[in-house]
Unconditional design. Structure first.
Lengths: 107, 115
């Protein structure tokens, strides 16, 4: 069975400080991993996916198969980054989500 | 960009009644739509995969007779919660695939409260 773990439910970071949201996964095959973000009162939206290796809004995430991790990082946090972040794994024709991390940026 | 419209955004109903939630892809055709449920402070849980023109595929533990899914067209999937009970109160979210693997767009969700 596939599983996604986000160990931090809440994370507070000062503006300008680096941000790292942790995500670990369990999957027997070759995973496709994503980060989704939900801003206050908005719908869930895709932030980035590992296969495209892109950087969105300054966020990056590297797939580490050895550590089975896909941590989300940003070098300098901005106030508008405050949101709920979900890590997700696509496998067996379905998406499995982590429990999410609420990121709060302190001005 | 691709937009998925979910309606209603919130609904309150009495125990024993049925509630229908609609999920529409506005500017693309979605052969596959997904229905998720989220309990407070928990993760999104996949309930079922809705395939246009065929029966939905339900996840283990999800009652197919209680959560009726219909995907009659390439732009519309509906989830009907039949004989709702207070324990069905939850946040329901749909998403649609444009066909590209992992290319999902989510609706804004429906907050169901059964009283």
């Amino acid at each position: 069975a596939q599983r996604v773990t986000q160990p931090e439910k809440l994370l507070s970071v000062f503006k300008g400080a680096p941000v790292e949201l942790k995500c670990n996964y369990s999957y027997s095959g070759s995973p496709e991993l994503f980060w989704y973000v939900q801003y206050s009162r908005q719908r869930l939206q895709l932030l980035l996916r590992h296969i495209s290796r892109e950087s969105i809004k300054g966020f990056t995430a590297d797939l580490n198969k050895g550590e089975t991790s896909f941590h989300l990082k940003k070098p300098f946090a901005q106030e508008e980054d405050s949101a709920m972040y979900y890590c997700a794994l696509f496998g067996n024709e379905k998406l499995t989500f982590g429990t999410g991390t609420r990121l709060t940026i302190i001005p | 960009g691709a937009v998925v419209s979910q309606h209603p955004s919130w609904v309150i109903c009495k125990s024993g009644t049925s509630v229908k939630i609609e999920c529409r892809s506005l500017d693309f055709q979605a052969t596959t739509m997904f229905w998720y449920r989220q309990f407070p402070k928990q993760s999104l849980m996949l309930m079922a995969t809705s395939n246009e023109g065929s029966k939905a595929t339900y996840e283990q533990g999800v009652e197919k007779d209680k959560f009726l899914i219909n995907h009659a067209s390439l732009t519309l999937s509906t989830l009907t919660v039949t004989s709702a009970h207070p324990e069905d109160s939850s946040f329901y979210i749909c998403s649609a695939s444009q066909g590209a693997r992992g290319g999902y767009t989510f609706g804004s969700g429906t907050r169901l409260t059964v009283v």
